[in-house]
Design a protein around this ligand. Structure first.
Ligand code: NAD
Ligand code: TYD
Length: 367
């Protein structure tokens, strides 16, 4: 039995992790610490809310005394650290929050953990798992080998630089103080509960509302994509079977160019509208409702500054050492995501409030 503190559990991957963990380990206690920023959403945790093993605490990871009190009060032995500012475009317009949460916040958690778990030379058995990104490795050319765990860090955006800084802090707290850490660097995730500012859910929401589908630059940028449920399963493997002090890269072996993804998503939406006549009544502004191809909404827009061209993950370490294989390929994951968004319209409609809309509109205006 474990008492697990999940930071950022009201966000996209954190919420998926909480649901997975409560189902997989019903004897464990799961405490979520989340500041409920614009990206945090209690509705994403609603399925857990009646589970007596689950507790939600609204708070900032930078508040070291709050974290220390929680570690003590809940006898936490495992921290799974998701809390972060996570959107590259926001890091370009406002990097300060990224430095604060991703670097200072990770430092704050590590300090509280060190004080609690390593007090007076006596070590309580514990694990600090840090969730990071492949973006810390920088950008690849077409023929470069994929990122492995030995690839030198070369972050290019304020987001990836702040995540790189947090990875280094986690490593240093292991080497210097003996905090029992693991880190995972994962590729782009998609799936249920993803905030509709990220590529895939943004395109679905816009397609259903008849808004343009903005593709940055020439659309040739490549990412490796992993369905979120595979990511949380991989994190579980690293926590349970990974070596303390080590790093594991996680990926889906699914490299795709952005424009291809948007085209595939459009084709998928056309297909579900063809098969289900009731969707035209629910989404009258969607081109698919009047038999027009959703792809007609695709609009090429000004590129993101410093836009990394390609990310690719060499996942052989986690595959060979921990036996990890993704269960979902990109085609099935994309279809599940579209189905989930159609079945959970209330979830994303509630997010499309005035402040979010004006943020998105500002983004369009500056392009
Ligand atoms: P998200 O933006 O959806 O959620 C982040 C959560 O952290 C939100 O609930 C937010 O309220 C919370 N949070 C932010 N600042 C906080 C603070 N100071 N104190 C407490 N809580 C705070 O992010 P996500 O996409 O779920 O990503 C989770 C983690 O996984 C991040 O560390 C991210 O870097 C990493 N990651 C994400 C992806 C991806 O494709 N989304 C890929 C690889 C790694
Ligand atoms: P995003 O989901 O923001 O993830 P990241 O930048 O962390 O990889 O973007 C994924 C890719 O899609 C990235 O190359 C930028 C591109 N993109 C667009 O072309 N249009 C959009 O509206 C968004 C949000 C992203």
């Amino acid at each position: 039995m474990s008492n697990v503190l999940v930071t950022g559990g009201a966000g996209f991957i954190g919420a998926n992790f909480v649901h997975y963990w409560l189902q997989q380990y019903p004897g464990d206690r799961v405490v979520v610490l989340d500041a409920l920023t614009y990206a945090g959403n209690l509705a994403s945790l609603a399925p857990a809310s009646r589970n007596p093993a689950y507790r939600f605490v609204k708070g900032d990871i930078c508040d070291t005394s709050l974290v220390a009190a929680l570690l003590h009060e809940e006898s936490i032995d495992t921290v799974v650290h998701f809390a972060a500012e996570s959107h590259v475009d926001r890091s370009i317009s406002g990097p300060g929050a990224f430095i604060q949460t991703n670097m200072v916040g990770t430092y704050s958690l590590l300090e509280a953990a060190r004080a609690h778990w390593l007090k007076g030379g006596k070590t309580i058995e514990h694990r600090f798992h840090h969730v990071s990104t492949d973006e810390v490795y920088g950008s690849l050319g077409a023929d470069d080998p994929a990122f492995d765990e030995q690839t030198a860090y070369a972050p290019n955006s304020p987001y990836s630089a702040s995540k790189a800084g947090s990875d280094h802090l986690v490593r240093a707290y292991h080497h210097t103080y003996g905090v029992q850490v693991t880190t995972s660097n994962c590729s782009n995730n998609y799936g249920p509960y993803q905030f509709p500012e990220k590529l895939i859910p943004l395109m679905v929401v816009n397609a259903l509302s008849g808004r343009s589908l903005p593709v940055y630059g020439d659309g040739s940028n490549i990412r490796d994509w992993l369905f979120v449920e595979d990511h949380v399963r991989a994190i579980d493997l690293v926590i349970k079977e990974g070596k303390v002090g080590e790093t594991y890269n996680i990926g889906g072996n699914e490299e795709h160019a952005n424009l291809d993804i948007v085209n595939r998503l459009c084709a998928c939406i056309d297909e579900v509208f063809d098969a289900d006549g009731s969707l035209a009544e629910r989404f009258p502004d969607a081109p698919a409702s009047s038999g027009t191809a959703t792809a007609s909404l695709i609009t090429m827009v000004k590129d993101r500054p410093g836009h990394d061209w390609r990310y690719a993950i060499d996942a052989s370490r986690i595959q060979n050492e921990l036996g990890f294989e993704p269960a979902h390929d990109f085609a099935s994951g994309l279809r599940s995501t579209v189905d989930w968004m159609l079945a959970n319209e209330d979830w994303w409609r509630a997010i499309l409030d005035d402040s979010y809309r004006s943020w998105i509109e500002d983004q369009y205006e500056t392009r």
